[in-house]
Design a protein around this ligand. Structure first.
Ligand code: WT7
Length: 687
């Protein structure tokens, strides 16, 4: 029986102001374009490809693929044989067209006093300098270059410089630990690292170089030597938070990381480390691009895998370029004159596609923000929107829920009336947060676009179009051009019309991943094995009576903490590294701000005690193995875990215990059903 869902009954028509000049301005037009993109992808995308520069003026063999594992290896190719370069299309193309003086980025530091901007022409010359320097140090096409930087201009410069010379960037989010950074450098076989000394995030100081040094040491012991580390001395130019100078209780970083003159200290290894500024400023600001095949790799980006080992999601140049550019243009209804602000870190796919590539490919002007939404005050986003008259804004449900807690006042203090489109991404958005975003931030006049996609998809795959789609709070609405959505039941039968099932796609689109780096087997198994002939997202979804898609969340052993995807296996393997721990099981528990948080059950070795100290050790272990965002909210001592007779942990039961719900369902297949009651009665006091 279908449950009555009140949010489903709410429908918001596209705001008139947006529909008036939309690239796609009606559902009729959307349906027509979507139909063409599915029936004749070649005709659809080759029209779009003409807007970009391909060196040999052709778009190669347009489109070939195999999606069916039973018929042979999976492969996907778009425009193979045509040559292009994404950096050229992001920068040179606009500069040559006389738009070099346009602002590419307004940079807003963690401290509101730190601000500057960079034009397309300036960006191009800096990119060339870095590209020339990398070339002079032997970096060539196909080489992997790791990047571990905060949200500063140099991060954009770094990725574009790498792309310009045909190398492959491997950006690691600045919130990851040394262990995680090392794993990603080793798996990619990267010999060169680009990083920064440190960064303030609010009042917290992240010692990026120190973490990178530790990671490089670990890499070395695993047989991978990083031979060059180019370091941006960012800390020498930023305003430090007042708390650093607070003499009453002192900032913890002051004693350990600043010298007596107040300068940030870093250790320097002259065999490997070079200063970014010294190294690159003397290089020529002109650098020819390396033309690549459309199907050559552009970047890899690691995402959690259900086995616990992160996968290097591999994207290629040509198709990704078309898709990032086109989704940016249509999903945000981008027009020249817009000021766009995406709050995501470039270390995640959202930042790759919608801070760097999508906007630059469209010649857009964006805000690049280093800080956090609540520093130095809870209206920081709104202040930035007022300052730059931002018209298109893109953030995550977890940020919206965080800011909602402070009420409407912080928004009302600023003039945010320039906003036309408000995007959200990362996890299903609850209707309450959607409605607040719409009413308070958008003043009822902005289009909300709930964009569903993944690291693997390269760009939006299910999203409303702001000038066309009537939206329902909590629904990502309809497939983007080129996406053929299908819902399947457990047996692989297609669910037509209303219903719920596995969310899969029937045919490739230009921006989809091509492989898992160095592990094509894993690519095939993860995404193509379960339902031959389809790309499996790993999410569940429901289609309502009007055809709207409602993504319900992961149906594998993954969880989503504040928009960061984690696998339970990854957390469990960190926990069992703590000496006293025998076994661990992690599950997701709903959380009012983070969306989901971690609830972990741990079994200790004989004779060990579940002390506060041990709990702290376990939390620290997860922080250091993965990163601070992965820290469990709840840890419960488990004398035993509910297992089936074949030894598989029954996670659905643990999820019930985590939320205090006694409705366990059928537990007769458990080897020892009494353990369930025992765990339920011993839930921690804070749960
Ligand atoms: C997973 C992908 C794509 C950028 C950020 C995350 C969840 C993402 C939505 C949305 C419902 C969403 C899915 C997906 N997700 N956006 N609008 N509605 N769920 O990238 O780390 O690759 O995570 O995030 O579960 O599979 P990612």
């Amino acid at each position: 029986m279908a449950m009555a869902n009140s949010a489903e009954e709410l429908v918001f028509n596209p705001p008139e102001l947006v529909a008036k000049n939309a690239h796609c301005s009606s559902m009729e037009q959307y349906r027509e374009m979507h139909k063409e993109s599915i029936k004749d992808p070649e005709a659809f995308w080759s029209k779009i490809a003409k807007e970009f520069h391909f060196e040999n003026n052709s778009v190669g063999k347009f489109f070939e693929y195999n999606f069916d594992i039973t018929k042979g290896p999976i492969f996907i190719q778009w425009m193979k044989g045509s040559r292009t370069n994404i950096c050229y299309n992001c920068l040179d193309r606009h500069v040559l067209a006389g738009k070099g003086d346009a602002i590419a980025f307004y940079w807003e530091g963690n401290d509101p006093a730190d601000r500057n901007s960079v034009t397309y022409a300036e960006l191009l010359s800096e990119v060339c300098q870095v590209a020339n320097f990398l070339k002079s140090r032997g970096v060539a096409a196909g080489d992997r270059v790791a990047i571990y930087m905060p949200m500063i201009k140099e991060l954009v410069v770094a990725m574009l410089a790498v792309a310009r010379i045909g190398a492959v960037h491997n950006i690691v989010f600045g919130g990851y630990s040394a262990d995680s950074l090392c794993d990603r450098i080793v798996d990619a076989g990267a010999e060169v690292l680009l990083c920064a000394d440190g960064v303030w995030r609010g009042n917290k100081l992240v010692h990026l170089k120190e973490i990178a040094d530790e990671a490089m040491k670990m890499c070395s012991s695993r047989g991978v030597e990083v031979r060059l580390n180019v370091v941006v001395r960012h800390m020498t130019r930023v305003t430090h938070p007042a708390s650093l100078h607070d003499t009453s209780n002192g900032h913890p970083a002051k004693k350990t990381h600043f010298d007596h003159q107040g300068r940030y200290k870093v250790t320097w290894n002259s065999d490997v480390d070079v200063d970014w500024e010294t190294a690159t400023s003397s290089s020529s600001s002109e650098c020819p691009v390396v033309w690549l095949d459309s199907e050559d790799p552009l970047f890899m980006l690691y995402t959690s895998g259900s086995t616990g080992k992160p996968k290097g999601v591999l994207h290629t140049v040509g198709g990704y370029m078309l898709y990032a550019a086109t989704t940016f243009k249509y999903s945000f209804n981008y027009h020249p004159g817009d000021v766009y602000f995406c709050t995501a870190d470039i270390g995640w796919i959202t930042g790759h596609s919608y801070v760097t590539y999508g906007p630059l490919l469209n010649g857009a002007t964006s805000v690049l923000f280093e800080g956090v939404p609540t520093y130095p005050h809870t209206g920081r986003f709104w202040e930035i929107i007022e300052r730059y008259k931002v018209s298109k804004f893109y953030t995550a449900p977890t940020a919206i829920r965080t800011l909602m807690k402070y009420g409407d006042e912080p928004v009302k203090k600023f003039d945010v009336s320039s906003l036309r489109v408000l995007g959200t991404v990362g996890e299903p958005i609850n209707p309450e947060a959607w409605l607040w975003y719409h009413r308070v931030v958008g003043g009822g006049n902005a289009a909300i676009v709930d964009t569903f996609w993944q690291t693997e998809t390269g760009g939006h795959v299910i999203t409303p179009l702001p000038g066309a789609t009537p939206t329902k709070p909590g629904s990502a609405c309809f497939p983007f051009f080129g996406i053929s959505v299908c819902l399947l039941d457990e047996a692989g039968e297609e669910i037509e019309g209303e219903g719920e099932g596995y969310l899969v796609f029937r045919q490739p689109w230009p921006g989809m991943m091509r492989s898992v780096y160095n592990n094509h087997q894993r690519f095939q198994e993860t995404y193509f094995q379960k339902f031959p002939g389809f790309y499996t997202t790993g999410d569940g979804a429901r289609r309502d009576k009007d055809g709207y898609i409602w993504v319900t969340g992961r149906i594998d052993d993954m969880l989503n903490v504040s928009g960061h995807l984690l696998s339970t296996a990854q957390v469990e393997s960190a926990l069992v590294e703590v000496e006293q721990v025998a076994e661990a099981a992690a599950v997701a528990r709903p959380h009012p701000v983070k969306g989901e948080c971690l609830y972990c059950f741990v079994t200790l070795k004989q004779g060990e005690k579940f002390t506060e100290e041990l709990v702290a050790d376990m939390k620290n272990k997860v922080r250091s193995k993965i990163g601070p965002f992965a820290q469990p909210d709840y840890l419960q001592l488990a004398p035993g875990l509910p297992k089936t007779r074949s030894g598989k942990i029954m996670r659905r039961v643990l999820r019930k215990i985590a939320v205090g719900d006694r409705d366990f369902g059928d537990i007769t297949t458990l080897a020892d059903p009494t353990v369930v009651e025992l765990l339920f009665e011993n839930r921690p006091a804070n749960a």
